[in-house]
Design a protein around this ligand. Structure first.
Ligand code: PLP
Length: 230
């Protein structure tokens, strides 16, 4: 079932790329495995997917210990500063940096091991009160402040669009994200890349791709519904 789902997602990625004149090789599919057992990831591995997303440090860490070391782990959930130390050496990309305090903590913990942290800035583009992330208007200032931290590499931006039954309603947020990343890239800030645009989930990844996503984060569409009661 999981491999069939992945095949379906890949076909949808191709369709969205065709529609928007993009190359599917520009898109990294992150399989969001949060709440799912590590055996589900083992089932997914023959697809060739090596990028997996988790939203809890402890769960990421446990799966990291068990599973093959060539897996690239993505921290996509809200990150507490006291948990940062457990990610060092394990995480490939942290998608959810939204404050200078958190960035400073990442700098401190990665510096201790002389390692570089690849990070994205999480932007709350729809200004939803319930969501983490920095406002679009404050993003450039945060990036400038973070750009001097030697153990951080800013690789781009991430957003979680509002939950919706109609992905078209999120198109404007995705297109504003793309524009924001282009605007920031044009500032040519030292130590700052804007190569990654992480946006689009099961309900809206095709629209996100059409608007410029380079990473999509798909959970339910690959592993099925999550059960939070177990
Ligand atoms: C859970 C989660 C996803 C995946 O959501 P689905 O709708 O199941 O595809 C993507 N991004 C983040 C940040 C998440 O927490």
């Amino acid at each position: 079932m999981i491999l069939e789902n992945i095949e379906k997602v890949r076909q949808n990625i191709e369709a969205a790329c065709k529609k928007s004149g993009r190359n599917p090789e520009e898109i990294t599919l992150i399989a969001v495995s949060k709440t799912k057992p590590y055996t589900d990831i083992e089932e997914a591995l023959p697809s060739g997917i090596l990028d997996y997303g988790e939203n809890k440090v402890q769960e990421l860490s446990e799966k990291y210990d068990i599973l093959p070391k060539d897996i690239r782990w993505h921290m996509i959930g809200h990150l507490q500063r006291n948990k940062v130390k457990y990610l060092v050496g394990k995480v490939s990309l942290i998608h959810s940096v939204d404050s200078l305090r958190l960035a400073n903590q990442i700098e401190t913990e990665f510096a201790k091991k002389d390692m570089i942290a690849n990070v994205l800035i999480e932007v709350n583009m729809a200004e939803e009160e319930s969501k983490f992330g920095i406002s679009a208007g404050d993003t450039l200032e945060l990036i400038k402040a973070m750009s001097i931290l030697p153990h951080l590499r800013i690789q781009g931006l991430m957003t979680i669009a509002p939950y919706t039954d109609n992905p078209e309603t999120n198109r404007e947020y995705f297109s504003k994200m793309k524009k924001l990343s282009v605007d920031i890239r044009e500032k040519n800030i030292d130590n700052v890349n804007m190569n990654v645009l992480s946006m689009g989930m099961t309900g809206d990844y095709q629209v996100a791709i059409e608007e410029g996503a380079t990473m999509i984060r798909v959970g339910t569409g690959i592993f099925g519904e999550r059960n939070y009661n177990i």
